[in-house]
Design a protein around this ligand. Structure first.
Ligand code: 5AD
Ligand code: SF4
Length: 475
């Protein structure tokens, strides 16, 4: 099936680059305008912020971490849980003070929460110091919006609903020198009943594989060592392209790019994680032996009302098959506690599932009601206190499991990528295992950027400590 052309045409991007030049022309010689970019939420938002920084740099801005001295502030928001939205509103409210001291400061809000009509409306009405609001679908028009704010001195709002598009070739300023995100697809078609993402990020659409491979190749040439392929549901990659290429094929093609680097990906939906994917992971030496496979709940009735399309038994069978192929795979997951109607007995099925799987770590969330989703209309059976008690039980049990997993590393030799420095004279370096575990390491800064075998000497609850096992780099 050929999809209709949803790639933003080059002429439209050229026009935005022209806006960049026009904004840059406002800068007087010797002036050094500063921008502050703050990001909430997931890695997709981090990747979007790297493009926002890229556009800002193109417009002549340098960056600051101090919002009081910034000429432009951009807050990239998240809509997944109410808590993140409340934090944004609190922080945006506080910006009235910085703007009072610096009246020309331009305040911009973008990202998923701005694509929710009630949030955009709230900003329009009650946060009058915000100059510019735009949703994720029109991020690429940021230069034009900023130009309009600067020249017309009036507020700009661009948050129309949209199924989504694909933009290639935007400038990026990456945050790290070793770790990089590569978006391979955007949007989500799954409509899990609790989740706002499909409403704000639009339908699934995959980037052209050649563009992805070119980007990965370039990153490797630039010295990036830890590359994560990103998408709301990477296992759906390619379904809309009609190219006979699925996610496992893309992963294999990335693995075939010459160079020494580690490949990761997220997020995988269990309903689409195929045996072919597991076999590809096992046979590709650059693909990290780790998988984030969000289960959300361990009870079949709850999984059904969540619209997840798998059962507990099917999920556990996947884990069993994966471990047959990759015995030391590092497994992580997302769990929601307190989904509407979940009883404590049903919650206990989640407890027994995490026990059975033995995850290395978990991302645990209390259910948050999202306006416009089917679950928002479902009634609760537990009180807030009961949900909170269940949540505490889950966290406590996982902490024990994680601690056991951590302790089991002691004495082992694992490969790590040395990625930075730590404030610890005895273990001055930080490193990550292939499975993403943090290691504090003995050694000097010259090691940063290399893969080394590392002997784990001891472990705390959250950190492993170790030393290089041999002088030679792992190849
Ligand atoms: N409430 C709580 N957690 C949620 N997530 C998504 N929507 C909600 C919600 N309404 C969690 C899921 C998802 C992760 C990114 O965020 O666990 O996997
Ligand atoms: Fe949300 Fe489900 Fe899509 Fe993940 S797969 S973004 S949880 S709807």
């Amino acid at each position: 099936m050929e999809r209709k052309n949803i790639v933003v045409p080059q002429e439209a991007l050229d026009e935005q680059m022209e806006y960049c030049r026009r904004v840059r022309s406002f800068i007087a010689p010797g002036e050094n305008p500063l921008a502050f970019v703050d990001t909430y939420g997931c890695q997709q938002n981090e990747a979007d912020s790297e493009q926002i920084r890229g556009l800002l740099q193109e417009m002549g801005y340098d960056f600051t971490e101090d919002e009081s001295e910034a000429d432009v502030i951009v807050i990239n928001t998240c809509a997944v849980r109410e808590h993140a939205e409340m934090r944004v509103l609190g922080n945006v409210g506080a910006l009235t003070h910085t703007k009072k001291k610096k009246p020309d400061q331009v305040i911009c809000l973008c990202g998923c929460a701005m694509q929710e009509p009630h949030m955009a409306e709230k900003i329009r009405r009650s946060f009058r110091h915000v100059d510019l609001v735009f949703g994720p679908h029109v991020l690429w028009k940021f230069p034009q919006f900023l130009f309009e704010v600067l020249t017309r001195k009036k507020r700009v709002f661009s948050t129309d609903p949209c199924d989504g598009n694909i933009v290639e070739g935007l400038p990026v300023v990456r945050q790290g020198k070793l770790k990089a995100w590569v978006s391979i697809m955007y949007g989500c078609n799954n409509f899990c009943s609790y989740c706002i993402v499909p409403y704000v990020r639009g339908r699934e659409r995959s980037r052209d594989p050649q563009r992805i491979l070119d980007e990965v190749r370039q990153l490797v040439e630039e010295g990036y060592k830890d590359i994560t392929l990103l998408g709301q549901n990477v296992n759906s990659y390619g379904k809309d392209l009609g190219l006979n290429m699925d996610f496992a094929d893309l992963l294999k093609a990335c693995n075939d790019i010459p160079g020494e680097f580690l490949l990761r990906f997220m997020t995988s939906h269990p309903k689409d994680a195929t045996q072919k994917l597991f076999e590809t992971m096992a046979s590709c030496e650059k693909v990290a032996a780790s998988l984030h496979l969000p289960v959300q709940a361990g009870n079949d009735r709850i999984l059904k009302v969540m619209n997840r399309h798998y059962t507990r038994a099917e999920y556990l069978d996947q884990i069993r098959r994966l471990r047959e192929l990759i015995p030391d795979i590092v497994l992580t997951s997302d769990i929601i506690v307190g989904f509407p109607g979940e009883t404590t007995e049903e919650f206990e099925d989640t407890l027994s599932l995490i026990e059975e799987v033995g995850y290395d770590s978990l991302f645990t969330f209390i259910y948050s009601r999202r306006e416009g989703t089917p679950a928002a209309k479902m009634p609760d059976v537990l009180t807030k206190e009961e949900i909170s008690a269940n949540f505490q039980r889950l966290v406590a049990r996982q902490n024990e499991i994680s601690a056991q997993k951590h302790a089991a590393y002691v004495g082992k030799i694992v490969r790590v990528l040395v990625d930075g420095t730590a404030d610890d004279p005895e273990f001055p370096l930080t490193a990550r295992t292939d499975g993403g575990r943090l290691v504090h390491l003995k050694g000097d800064e010259q090691l940063i950027g290399g893969f080394y075998p590392c002997k784990i000497t001891h472990a705390s609850n959250w950190t492993l400590f170790g030393e290089i096992a041999a002088e030679k780099e792992v190849h």
